[in-house]
Design a protein around this ligand. Structure first.
Ligand code: HEM
Ligand SMILES: *[C@@H]1O[C@H](CO)[C@@H](O)[C@H](O)[C@H]1NC(C)=O
Ligand SMILES: *[C@@H]1O[C@H](CO)[C@@H](O)[C@H](O)[C@H]1NC(C)=O
Ligand SMILES: *[C@@H]1O[C@H](CO)[C@@H](O)[C@H](O)[C@H]1NC(C)=O
Length: 379
């Protein structure tokens, strides 16, 4: 009797040990840590190697990945749709949107990592996971403590420029609207402020802030949120007598003091009123977000840990898993065998997108396009 009972206990224990991963190890929507440990054991190591080589040559790629990843996840989920150069229908892709466009960085590094993954284990590691791992590794190199980045995302078949503007935040949008974009993706207002601390590294182009010192609005020539020193800085960077083309290439770092280091300087800058883009500065002035900015400015270590956790949550937004999507062979185009399915996927998306744009009818009329027009009128 006793033996029988012990055997049942043993079988039970064995079952517990050999059961497939439970909800404890499964992330949201079936994403899982160590997703490739059997199918491609060196996957994460390969990405880490490629990223650290590239980072040594240009630490700016850490910022490039963060922005790529954020804009990938917010438009059709974290499915590497932002990496597609074209789709068979010939429609403009996410990269063609003025809100992404010329300003994306780090794409070639993803290509290199993916090529090495394909030669190690063909058809196994998705572009969406490659970008997720690369973003994690880049931000860790820039100073964020190591954080969890589960795998298991699959690559999307659709990428459309018109989906971008209704999903990514614009620099001149009120904080309430930017918050709504995050909430729609299942993230909180606090996570919005925490994640925007990514602006501790990287740069912005004049076209995203020069309007603040040139005919800001009907009442103010210059954004009253800017102090004299900062408006002078922006003027001298962006108002030079040069071609539009040259101005469009001109950038300023978000954080002048430590442009490659993820640190709390971003939040103290906001409290000092020196935020480069308007929406960042607005976070320090809006009564709902100011207390969050103050808390994060006070404790850099706490912010960095929160940042890692919020990144893991961003990394699960609308992911495709299981048999959805595909594993692309290369990140810039969908696989040949799936090209025939694209029309159907796009028609579905189109219906939804129209509704999405309608929801944003209250959006400020001066969109990114008119910000660019602003630029062209500058002296
Ligand atoms: C909250 C609203 C946000 C707005 C309005 C916003 C807007 C912008 C703008 C206008 C730029 C400059 C692009 C350029 O001119 O090249 C930029 C860059 C950047 N953004 Fe954001 N962003 C937001 C949130 C985020 C979040 C959540 C992340 C990541 C988690 C992020 C990461 C970055 C990074 C790293 C850069 C620098 C890119 C580079 O140096 O190449 N941003 N963002
Ligand atoms: C101009 O901007 C200021 C500060 O952002 C704002 O208070 C004011 O209402 C704006 N004026 C117009 C006419 O939009
Ligand atoms: C911002 O202000 C705080 C205190 O007022 C000061 O210690 C800090 O150096 C300032 N930071 C920058 C970047 O100017
Ligand atoms: C489109 O939106 C409808 C209603 O909001 C939803 O049920 C459907 O799943 C969405 N389709 C796609 C392809 O996202």
């Amino acid at each position: 009797m006793e033996g029988g009972a012990r055997m049942i206990v043993t079988i039970f224990t064995v079952c517990l040990i050999f059961l497939p991963p439970t909800s404890a190890t499964l992330g949201p929507k079936g994403l899982r840590m160590g997703f490739y440990e059997n199918s491609c054991p060196r996957a994460e190591e390969i990405v880490a190697e490629v990223v650290s080589d590239a980072y040594r040559k240009d630490p700016g790629i850490a910022a490039g990945f963060l922005r790529l990843f954020f804009h990938d996840c917010f438009v059709n989920g974290c499915d590497a749709s932002i990496l597609l150069d074209s789709i068979p229908s010939g429609e403009k892709v996410e990269k063609d949107s003025p809100a992404n466009g010329k300003f994306l960085r780090g794409l070639e590094v993803i290509d290199t990592a993916k090529a090495r993954l394909e030669s190690e284990c063909p058809g196994i590691v998705s572009c969406a996971d490659t970008l997720s791992f690369a973003t994690r590794d880049g931000s860790v190199l820039a100073g964020v403590p190591q954080y969890n980045m589960p795998g298991g995302r699959r690559d999307g078949l659709v990428s459309r420029a018109i989906d971008v503007i209704s999903n990514v935040p614009l620099v001149n949008a009120p904080i309430q609207q930017i918050t709504q974009l995050f909430v729609k993706k299942g993230l909180t207002q606090e996570e919005m402020v925490v994640l925007t601390g990514a602006h501790s590294i990287g740069v912005a182009h004049c076209s995203n802030f020069a309007y603040r010192v040139n005919k800001y609005n009907d009442t103010f020539q210059i954004d009253p949120k800017l102090d004299d020193a900062d408006s002078a800085k922006i003027k001298s960077a962006c108002q030079r007598q040069v071609s539009n083309e040259e101005i469009e290439k001109t950038t300023l770092p978000f954080d002048t003091h430590t442009p490659f280091k993820m640190d709390g300087g971003f939040y103290t800058n906001l409290l000092n009123g020196t935020g480069l883009i308007e929406s960042d500065q607005a976070m320090a002035l809006d009564p709902r977000t100011r207390p969050i900015v103050e808390r994060l400015a006070e404790d850099e270590g706490k912010w960095l840990n929160q940042f890692g956790r919020a990144m893991s949550r961003l990394a699960a937004v609308d992911v495709k898993t299981g048999s959805e999507g595909e594993i692309r062979k290369q990140c810039r185009s969908v696989n040949l065998e799936n090209k025939g399915n694209i029309g159907i996927a796009q028609n579905l998306g189109k219906t939804n997108n129209t509704a999405g744009l309608g929801d944003r009818s209250d959006f400020p009329s001066n969109s990114i396009d008119s910000l660019h027009d602003f630029m062209r009128t500058m002296p």
